[in-house]
Design a protein around this ligand. Structure first.
Ligand SMILES: *[C@@H]1O[C@H](CO)[C@@H](O)[C@H](O)[C@H]1NC(C)=O
Ligand SMILES: *[C@@H]1O[C@H](CO)[C@@H](O)[C@H](O)[C@H]1NC(C)=O
Ligand SMILES: *[C@@H]1O[C@H](CO)[C@@H](O)[C@H](O)[C@H]1NC(C)=O
Length: 405
């Protein structure tokens, strides 16, 4: 089947899936025979033939897929383009890699994909049902970090605690995201992110990367803290996650999106973080994602042409976000503790930097980062800037569960 047809099929099936949501809302998610067939067709379109597969103790399946046959290329805008970035930022080739982050386990031993393939977490029917269920509840993805909407609207409660940067012109961001497992209920989401955005208001494009706790989306695992990416263009692309939508071109054989992250930080104990970077190829305009200094993949510039996001970002954001259905109390954000408790207790984002038009990694001017809290009563952001390491530009953010906004 031609890629375009596949894409159209996906869109159609996504619409068809709306039918399933009523059952899903009752926590049953038992599709009819017909719906099941539709889901299976959709899965077939999403999960490409694997050269090799692995199953983890958590029940996740990882497939090694030929790089040119991955789902990304089902996107109609991604037909003719090459796989390599044309400018590799200096830091990727430098040896200046901190040892701490490398000890994080992303995959169990023994999982390795052959050359010429990429590693992809296999999408399951449960994944589709639960993603659809969230959508039916009104959660389409992380909320745009600039808009000052109500914390509560017809579909749910959303809270954000971040530092924001912009409007400016720059080509990337980085940060170390402290890893925690905030407590959430089945239908709630708590996430940490770094994000870039730009383009005109009606076509605002954004890219988020970070970790997410979302029992619905990652149903089978006991380990809920997952690496995720999300991209969105207001008014056109409805937004979708790492594994279930075309667009993101995976290049890594080692770092699958959607894999669970460990070890997690302990309150008043050991702290762990992941080093995330979003940077733009300054020649082609592609947006790259690097995890602990390894290139995971990229969103080709052609996805963002209509949004005029293919050259330079205008805004950046670092911090946390939660979503809850209206009928439930809010979940924890970050470590579930207030920023004022500080290191070892509150969740942090450290080493906040931006990448300028020349590809230099810079600490933003102290005054150029602004705290942003949609409800200071529920969750807070505390911006920290010092003149020397290790907290030159950093953020503590979060708060406990059970707030009434
Ligand atoms: C892609 O490349 C092929 C061969 O180079 C060409 O025939 C085709 O028109 C191109 N398609 C697009 C959408 O640019
Ligand atoms: C926020 O919510 C209040 C009460 O529900 C409503 O009156 C107001 O119009 C809302 N504001 C926005 C910007 O949606
Ligand atoms: C944190 O750890 C220290 C040293 O182990 C201990 O003395 C202190 O009581 C702990 N504080 C809390 C709030 O658990």
């Amino acid at each position: 089947m031609a890629p375009l047809q596949n894409f159209v099929l996906l869109v159609l099936l996504t619409i068809t899936l709306g039918l399933v949501t009523e059952a899903a809302q009752k926590h049953q998610a038992i599709p009819s025979e017909k719906e099941k067939n539709e889901l299976e067709r959709q899965l077939k379109a999403i999960n490409k033939p694997a050269i090799k597969s692995f199953k983890t103790e958590q029940g996740d399946i990882f497939d090694c897929i030929e790089i040119h046959k991955q789902l990304a290329f089902d996107h109609p805008l991604l037909k003719n383009h090459s796989m390599k970035p044309t400018t590799v930022p200096e830091w990727i080739t430098s040896n200046n890699i901190p040892g701490k982050v490398d000890s994080l386990l992303l995959l169990p031993d023994g999982i390795n994909c052959p050359d010429g393939t990429v590693i992809v977490k296999r999408t399951t029917m449960q994944d589709l049902l639960h993603a659809q269920r969230l959508k039916s509840m009104g959660f389409n993805g992380p909320r745009h970090f600039l808009t000052e909407k109500n914390n509560t609207d017809g579909t749910g409660q959303y809270y954000v605690a971040t530092v924001n940067y912009g409007p400016k012109s720059f080509t990337g961001v980085k940060g170390h995201l402290n890893l925690w497992e905030p407590q959430v209920s089945q239908d709630q989401i708590s996430l940490a992110f770094i994000a870039v955005a730009g383009g005109p208001k009606e076509r605002f494009a954004s890219i988020f990367v970070g970790w997410m706790v979302n029992p619905s989306l990652y149903h089978f695992s006991q380990d809920h803290v997952r690496l995720y990416t999300y991209w969105n263009i207001e008014g056109s692309n409805p937004g979708c996650y790492d594994i279930t939508c075309p667009g993101f071109v995976q290049v890594s054989k080692n770092i699958p999106l959607g894999s669970f992250l460990q070890p997690l930080s302990v309150y008043n104990g050991s702290q762990y973080d992941i080093d995330l970077t979003l940077y733009q190829d300054r020649v082609k305009g592609d947006w790259w994602f690097a995890y602990n200094h390894e290139n995971v993949g990229y969103w080709p510039a052609s996805l963002f042409k209509a949004a005029r996001f293919e050259n330079r970002a205008n805004y950046a954001s670092w911090g946390g976000q939660v979503y809850s259905p209206l009928i439930e109390k809010t979940p924890e954000m970050g470590s579930g503790h207030w920023p004022s408790e500080g290191l070892g207790k509150a969740a942090y984002v450290n080493d906040i930097r931006i990448i300028d038009g020349m590809g230099n990694f810079l600490y933003p001017e102290p005054y150029s980062l602004k705290e942003h809290e949609t409800s200071a009563k529920c969750y807070r952001a505390m911006y920290v800037h010092e003149n020397r390491d290790p907290w030159v530009r950093a953020l503590y953010y979060g708060g406990p569960a059970g707030c009434i906004g």
